[in-house]
Design a protein around this ligand. Structure first.
Ligand code: 9MG
Length: 256
């Protein structure tokens, strides 16, 4: 899954793809590099990010969705808002990537009548404050329990399990140690019975581990990608598609 942030303030590429033409060209580039899914987001969820209005979010993503209609690859929209989900689905989106796991009022209904896939992500707290001293008694138990409950809630609302993907939400209300614990225990999350998505690309934990700024975290991101594959992730949300595809090719040969 290649990331396209149509935002002025995302942590790794803030502003580079804010112009719809730049976002469309970047999505085309990621698709040509082998991305199987393109994830379009109109609201930054980096730590400290401020929410944008529904109107603003729609104005950012709809021209990009229009420009990618004939891309020939599934498009995912990263949103937590039911109104945005509905408009994105009308525009042909195949997947909703929700960092709030369809917990907003009306979100479940917004996707239930379509056939789209849904990524249910765990997050503790709100982006503006979630990295201020997050605490868990047992991070694996809490994140697993949350995702299990959301999968069950989706099924109860009529979303078949084969439409769902689960994601522990690395970096969303988690310390570096929480993230590493979740990564070590990722194989346990395969018990959820749905594909696992991991988003570790360029995240701040890599800055802590390597001392490098976001645009210099490629090697660390690739190491994380391999660890996530080994842990059972089948979708990697990444900025560097071409290089990650090479990691996947090596991993597949090893794992054959
Ligand atoms: C939007 N977004 C930013 N980071 C993410 C992650 O780790 N997973 C998912 N599903 N979405 C993310």
């Amino acid at each position: 899954m290649g990331v396209v942030n149509v935002t002025p303030d995302s942590f790794s590429d803030g502003g580079r793809f804010f112009d719809p033409r730049a976002a469309i060209a970047h999505a085309q580039q990621l698709a040509s590099e082998g991305a199987d899914i393109i994830d379009i987001g109109g609201e930054s969820s980096r730590p400290g990010a401020k929410p944008v209005s529904v109107q603003e979010e729609l104005e950012r993503i709809l021209p990009v969705l229009e420009g990618l209609k004939n891309l020939g690859k599934p498009i995912s929209v990263d949103t937590r808002r039911p109104q945005v989900m509905r408009e994105a689905l009308k525009a042909g989106t195949s997947m909703i990537n929700d960092i709030e796991a369809l917990s907003a009022q009306g979100a479940m209904e917004a996707v239930a009548s379509s056939q789209c896939a849904v990524c249910l992500m765990h997050k503790k707290g709100e982006p503006a404050t979630m990295q201020r001293d997050p605490h868990y008694d047992d991070v694996v138990k809490e994140v697993f329990g949350f995702l299990q409950e959301r999968v069950a809630a989706c099924e109860k609302a009529g979303l078949a399990r084969d439409r769902l993907v689960a994601d522990p939400g690395f970096g969303f209300g988690k310390t570096l140690e929480h993230n590493l614990t979740l990564l070590r225990k990722l194989p346990e999350f395969t018990k959820l019975g749905v594909p696992l998505l991991a988003g570790l690309s360029r995240k701040s934990g890599l800055g802590t581990l390597t001392g490098r700024p976001a645009h210099e975290r490629l090697a660390g991101s690739l190491a994380m990608a391999l660890l996530a594959l080994q842990g059972g992730a089948t979708i990697l949300r990444v900025h560097d598609v071409k290089e990650t595809k090479d990691v996947i090719a090596v991993w597949k040969a090893y794992d054959a």
